[in-house]
Ligand binder design. Structure first.
Ligand code: AMP
Ligand code: GLY
Length: 419
């Protein structure tokens, strides 16, 4: 079987790497891919952007590709699945209408209200004055969000009314025409990435990521600076509640709307101090970097799982199997990220880091001749496994020290909640 992974991050490198371990996968393509997928044995990069649907469809025909796995939210929100399905191409990832679960927070909120799923209560506004009136009525802390995709930059957790009002002005000035204002939820976050064929939904191992740039979870939000799995916060009892109270009702509500959702349903949950899981957001794709911590622990062949979803056969699929132990992924970023940063720095030490006991998933990198260069904010994700978190954390930090590029920045406290 031949597979095409769409995207160019650490998540896509991890997907390609895992798929290539499956006995039935003979070749993997990645578009546009990165330096990691370019040097992965059995994998070839194509040069098409994630939203170049005609060329992606042509490549599927040209190379006899059997399945397309879509990494990022942008092509899903733009309808890549709808486009490829018109040519009878098998795609893992929801259609445009289903991807609204991530691409429109107001749409997702309405869906979850229909489903009776616990969420942060809030309202949607299209003008600043009404948003601010609502904010002063509710009081701070309060959360202001862009309704539509904002590449991780559309959420402001405001501690004061002034901050909240300024966030409203800023989002409107940036060009967001619709804004969600919602209650601030306290607690600890957990990411449950579940796969679904639109009828049955099965969670992967629970993960936690570190969204802030700074140690101690401080500073601006990023795409994610590290992740670990399985998150002990998600006890079997909590997972059972997430399945019955959140995932299953959501899939039913999607079906009632006539949406056959095939792909990942990524529940970003807050576990409140009372121990109740509430949805902060849904994503319509694998998490990044959560995928780099979760997939190395998956024993079940990933291609079979994704094909079962595409074929609507998830109910009959055997229970997922996992390796024992813990996985920790630490992201190495370019100095300045999530703000401005330079590209084109030479990266060394990946092989050494792998020899010391890790898998290095590349994100913002490109191969130029035989030189590997930085090409993005999040450059690499180094993942190590261990019999427990202490072992995995010690191992990953030993490995990441072997890696070098000018301006290399990584957090030294990934997994601090489970140390
Ligand atoms: P989102 O993109 O909606 O997941 O938001 C990004 C981050 O903002 C989340 O991971 C949380 O840390 C924080 N956040 C979002 N919504 C809320 C909320 N209602 N209460 C508290 N924190 C929130
Ligand atoms: N790690 C957060 C995300 O993938 O959205």
């Amino acid at each position: 079987m031949k597979v095409l992974v769409v995207g160019n991050g650490g998540r896509e490198h991890a997907l390609a790497w895992k798929l290539l371990q499956c006995s039935q996968i003979e070749q993997c393509f990645c578009t546009p891919g990165n330096g990691g997928t370019a040097s992965l044995e059995g994998c070839e990069n194509l040069s098409y952007a994630v939203d170049d649907f005609p060329n992606i469809a042509d490549s599927v025909e040209k190379y006899n590709i059997d399945m397309v796995v879509v990494g990022p939210e942008v092509p899903l929100a733009k309808g890549i699945t709808d486009y490829l399905q018109r040519y009878n191409i098998k795609v893992f990832g929801p259609t445009q209408v289903g991807a609204q679960i991530e691409s429109s927070k107001s749409w997702a909120k309405k869906l979850m209200a229909t489903a009776g799923v616990a969420i942060a209560e809030g309202e949607t506004f299209t003008d600043a004055a009404s948003a601010k009136a609502y904010i002063s009525q509710q009081g701070a802390p309060i959360v202001v969000k862009a309704d539509h995709l904002a590449a991780g930059k559309g959420v402001i957790v405001a501690q004061t009314l002034e901050e909240a009002n300024a966030a409203v002005d800023e989002l409107i000035e940036t060009g967001f025409s619709s804004i969600v204002v919602e209650e601030f939820l306290q607690g600890e976050e957990v990411s449950i990435l579940a796969v679904t064929d639109g009828k049955t939904v099965r969670p992967l191992l629970p993960a936690q990521d570190h969204k802030r740039i700074g140690e101690g979870d401080t500073g601006p939000n990023t795409g994610g600076m590290g992740a670990y799995a399985p998150a002990p916060l998600a006890t079997p009892t909590l997972l059972e509640r997430v399945q019955k109270e959140i995932l299953e009702p959501t899939v039913s509500a999607l079906r009632q709307k006539g949406i056959s959702y095939c792909g990942v349903l990524y529940a970003g949950l807050m576990v409140t101090p009372e121990g109740d899981p509430k949805i902060l957001e849904y994503n319509c794709r694998f998490g990044d970097p959560e995928t780099q911590a979760v997939l190395p622990l998956l024993k079940t062949p990933l291609d079979e799982l994704l094909m079962a979803c595409i074929g609507g056969r998830l109910e009959e699929f055997p229970p997922l199997q996992w390796y024992e132990g813990s996985a920790v992924c630490v992201v190495a970023a370019s100095e300045g990220y999530p703000g401005n940063y330079e590209k084109g720095k030479v990266i060394t030490g990946i092989q050494e880091a792998e020899e010391l006991g890790s898998t290095v998933f590349q994100a913002g990198t490109k191969l130029e001749g035989d030189r590997l260069l930085t090409d993005g904010g999040r450059v690499l994700g180094v993942t190590s496994l261990g019999k427990d978190f202490q072992t995995a954390i010690a191992r990953v930090y030993n490995c990441i020290e072997a890696i070098d590029f000018p301006g290399n920045y990584y957090r030294r406290d990934i997994g601090h909640r489970v140390r």
